[in-house]
Design a protein around this ligand. Structure first.
Ligand code: IMP
Ligand code: MG
Length: 172
């Protein structure tokens, strides 16, 4: 595996994203909605930089098997909070094709929130096709398959503290 983003760089960047969100949402009470499973490490780090009155919820959707998108979305757990009239911040580990996040943004927008914004740790900007602008981006990365910081290859490597590029010899 090849190092792409170090633990130290991630921590610095997450702190500054948290600061930006604190300023942008001053006086508001946003709900952070994480997309499981991959978001949980970023969610835990980002949330602890937030000094607002916040709620946290999760959805579980899946478009990936192995290291490629299946092109269909499976909902395993829907949102639990009442998001009517609320400010929503979707928290995602990575935006690749954009398929997952487009689906969720559109779906949440149809549930009558006051606003929906998106925070992603990683963004494959060159390949993503989005219907909206991403508000908070940790790092733009090249379109390579990465693991660590919550991201998996077939449920492995989520615990790595840095972001690594998975190379062909790592797949067995
Ligand atoms: P999208 O729908 O193609 O944008 O893919 C989004 C989901 O696919 C993410 O939430 C991840 O779970 C997974 N994914 C996309 N790229 C990677 C990667 O490089 N490593 C690990 N998981 C990925
Ligand atoms: Mg994911």
């Amino acid at each position: 595996m090849k190092l792409l983003i170090s633990e130290n760089d991630i921590q610095k960047r997450v702190k500054s994203l948290g600061k930006q969100i604190n300023e942008d949402y001053k006086g508001k009470k946003p709900i952070f909605v994480g997309i499981l499973n991959g978001c949980y490490v970023f969610m835990a780090d980002l949330l602890r930089e937030i000094n607002l009155d916040v709620e946290v919820d999760f959805v579980k959707i899946r478009s990936y098997e192995g290291n490629s998108s299946t092109g269909t979305i499976k909902f395993r757990k829907d949102i639990s909070a009442n998001i009517d009239g609320r400010d929503i911040i979707i928290v995602e580990d990575i935006i690749d094709s954009g398929f997952t996040i487009n689906f969720l943004v559109n779906r949440l927008r149809n549930s009558g929130p006051k606003s929906v914004s998106v925070a992603t740790a990683l963004f494959k900007k060159e390949v993503a096709k989005l219907d909206f602008k991403v508000d908070y981006v940790g790092f733009e990365i090249p379109p390579e398959f990465v693991v660590g910081y919550g991201l998996d290859y077939d449920e492995k490597y989520r615990q790595l503290k840095s972001v690594m590029v998975l190379e062909p010899e790592d797949i067995n």
